[in-house]
Design a protein around this ligand. Structure first.
Ligand SMILES: [Fe+2]
Ligand SMILES: [Fe+2]
Length: 160
């Protein structure tokens, strides 16, 4: 399989693993547990979808996905760092929500970047879909944060 796409599959799996851990965060309320549970399931699906397209492109001999292996690896490393923080219990519940928003924002941008890649309709369609789902994750988390902060703390602007 294309090595960049392989890393992308690993990223989605790792992000899913972060959310599965966060579901068990001792300070998480039911609403957050539900959000993270659903996000974990979405990320698992993202991994499967990328895998499917990657296998097909592999057969067709296509390799360019508009993202370098270094960029993909940097995202994977960041996800691994957050995963360790979560597993070691280093994140308060608000840190955890902020870390989730950071992840979603980063990965949504990465998806959008490679959804611009020319000439590979399968990949473009897939990554547009992934970006849209991750955008919805971000919207959901930010809505939660805005309420959590009761308008006094950090308030995000309405997403475009
Ligand atoms: Fe994703
Ligand atoms: Fe996501």
């Amino acid at each position: 399989m294309n090595s960049v796409l392989e890393i992308c599959v690993d990223i989605e799996r790792r992000v899913g693993a972060i959310y599965r851990e966060l579901v068990r965060h001792p300070e998480a309320n039911n609403e957050l547990r539900e959000i993270w549970q659903e996000m974990a399931e979405d990320e698992a699906r993202h991994a499967e979808r990328i895998q499917l397209v990657a296998d097909r492109l592999d057969v067709a001999g296509m390799t360019d996905v508009g993202l370098t292996a270094e960029q993909a690896q940097a995202l994977l490393d960041r996800a691994a760092e957050i995963y360790d923080d979560v597993v070691e219990g280093r994140l308060s519940i608000s840190d955890a929500v902020y870390a989730s928003v950071e992840l979603e924002d980063e990965f949504m941008k990465a998806h959008l970047n490679y959804s611009d890649t020319g000439g590979q309709p399968d990949l473009q369609t897939l990554f547009k879909f992934l970006a849209e789902e991750d955008r919805q994750h971000t919207v959901r988390l930010k809505k939660y944060l805005n309420r959590m902060n009761d308008g006094k703390g950090l308030v995000f602007e309405d997403p475009a």
